[in-house]
Design a protein around this ligand. Structure first.
Ligand code: ADP
Ligand code: MG
Length: 524
């Protein structure tokens, strides 16, 4: 394809683009992570890069930051061909990067982290006081308020991110790359970040924002480039596109963005939890008394920033983590102490569990797909012939059926779990847990790491389960997912349920406040 197909038209003689990549390719073994990428990022703009997981976004930016060496291609910064063999070279070229996982030293102060590595003699007093002045200036110029003397470990994630941005600005970055910066933020923190980014743009900085969230692209970017399977599909002006159009470019076909569903018809209470507490190995109280009910034919969504007790809630109810308190399943006692840790009995009593971390909890990666399908159900008479022998042909047939129903690709039961993509692994776990028609499905992050097309599919299966009169307890950190699937929403913060809302009577702003621990009565 021609260069022009990928880039916006620009008048001759205009300011050269801040970044221009020409024909960048990069392979990791058999995986072609970037294929002949062309992109131009205009100076003083916020440029989004969007694409499904694995599309090659992080690889492309890592090449620009000198982390990886491209197999071929050319980088131009402000119109100048530039070699970027390492991150020092990137910094010299005026490029700063804010990583998905921060690279801050936890027991150092903000000031120490900002200076670290940037100043040869940073222990010398004069350079420290000069740095303090400069940091203050940057903080006021760009609305990046953080206490220079605060220890990193005492700061919220949102503030730590600001320190990363300050670090880049301190190194005189003109171009700032942020890789999925909002994944760890509450909606309010994300809004604040976007205000900062707009401020930086007004000061002439160029921002590259990598995200897979369409809403963020629409809200804050000027232009957006879409990647799919290692290729650059298109670059468009944000004002001239729409979420459905971008989704189509990302996936390569039309997708439903809203889940279509009828109103729920809730039946009797299936899961009833009272005063559930979990204390972890370190003696920290992770669940501080949870009361909740899930009825037949409804989805109760649990919203919250990761790490506020959602994982412990699912694991205690699945019998995997010891808890205290009372729970019943259709009126029968449900053990939450983790003592009767017989997963088989629990499954047979009608509780299915799709764990948040499918690679650690949901699958045995070097087992075959069919073995994974039998996992947890291997005592089932349906799978057994005589007393000791598993009926492998029966399991194989079952696995083939599951693979067909859940569109697992490739539909080959003999492949090991690790040879499927993340989305297909997830479909395999979902098939195993859903196809038996559980009374209660406990499901954590059902679409994490899953492509947009598969998200739509998984959402439909969850709605079908609900419509079949089953109870679903859904945990997700994606607010969009919670809002579109749930019949009721409970928000968790710091091991407690902060409040319950109906999706049609709330919005992201209100849920975001609850997620940050703020209620009508004030901060928790
Ligand atoms: P994105 O950031 O869009 O999710 P990545 O750039 O991280 O995508 O990955 C693109 C592809 O390259 C994926 O298939 C990924 O598995 C592969 N990949 C990325 N980094 C490496 C690496 N260091 N080694 C091997 N494969 C990699
Ligand atoms: Mg990435």
């Amino acid at each position: 394809m021609s260069d022009a197909a990928h880039t916006l038209e620009r008048p001759a003689g205009a300011v050269p683009p801040a970044i221009e990549l020409r024909g960048i390719s990069k392979a990791f073994g058999p995986v072609q992570a970037n294929k002949d990428i062309h992109i131009r990022v205009e100076k003083g703009t916020i440029h989004g890069i969007i694409g499904e997981n694995g599309a090659g976004k992080s690889t492309l930016m890592s090449i620009l930051y000198g982390f990886y060496k491209a197999d071929s291609g050319e980088i131009l910064i402000n119109g100048q061909p530039t070699e970027i063999p390492d991150s020092q070279a990137a910094i010299r070229a005026g490029i700063g990067m804010v990583f998905q996982h921060f690279k801050l030293v936890q027991n150092f102060t903000v000031l120490e982290n900002v200076i670290l590595g940037a100043e040869a003699g940073w222990l010398l007093k004069p350079s420290v006081s000069r740095a303090r002045g400069l940091l203050k200036q940057l903080a006021t110029d760009f609305g990046l308020n953080v206490d220079p003397d605060a220890l990193i470990e005492k700061l919220s994630v949102g503030h730590q991110q600001r320190v990363e941005i300050l670090k880049a600005l301190y190194r005189e970055a003109d171009i700032l790359i942020l890789d999925e910066p909002t994944g760890v933020l509450t909606p309010a923190e994300a809004d604040h970040l976007f205000r900062i980014l707009r401020g930086l743009k007004e000061q002439g900085k160029t921002i590259v924002l990598i995200t897979h969230k369409l809403r963020e692209i629409m809200e804050v970017t000027d232009n957006v480039s879409v990647m799919r399977r290692g290729e650059m599909v298109d670059t468009v002006r944000t004002s001239e596109t729409s979420p459905p159009h971008l989704a189509e470019l990302m996936v390569g076909r039309k997708v439903l963005l809203r889940v279509e569903k009828h109103p729920a018809k809730p039946g009797p209470v299936v899961l009833d939890v009272k005063g559930l507490r979990v204390v972890d190995d370190m003696g920290v109280e992770r669940l501080r008394g949870i009361d909740l009910q899930v009825r037949a034919g409804e989805i109760l969504g649990i919203a919250g920033v990761a790490g506020n007790g959602q994982s412990e809630l699912l694991e205690a109810l699945a019998g995997l983590t010891p808890g205290e308190g009372a729970a019943t399943l259709s009126g029968q006692p449900l053990d939450v102490t983790g003592k009767s840790s017989d997963g088989y009995t629990r499954r047979m009593s009608g509780v299915s569990h799709v764990p948040e971390d499918r690679q650690r909890r949901g699958l045995i990666m070097n087992f075959h797909a069919w073995e994974n399908v039998a996992l947890g159900y291997h005592h089932d008479p349906a799978y057994n012939r005589g007393a000791f022998w598993m009926d492998n042909p029966a399991i194989l047939r079952m696995t083939e059926d599951y693979m067909k129903a859940f569109d697992v690709r490739p539909p080959n039961p003999a492949l090991t779990a690790e040879s499927f993509s993340g989305g297909n692994q997830q479909k395999l776990v979902l098939a195993r847990e859903i196809e038996r028609g559980p009374e209660l499905l406990l499901v954590g992050q059902p679409t994490r790491g899953v492509d947009i097309g598969a998200i739509e599919f998984i959402h439909q299966r969850l709605i079908e389960l609900r419509d079949a009169g089953k109870a679903v307890l859904l945990v997700s950190v994606e607010l969009d997912e919670i809002l579109s699937l749930s019949d009721r929403i409970a928000v968790m913060f710091d091991g407690r349920i902060m409040g319950e809302r109906l999706p049609e009577q709330t919005d992201e702003a209100e849920l975001g406040l609850l997620m940050a621990g703020v209620t009508e009565k004030g901060a928790a």
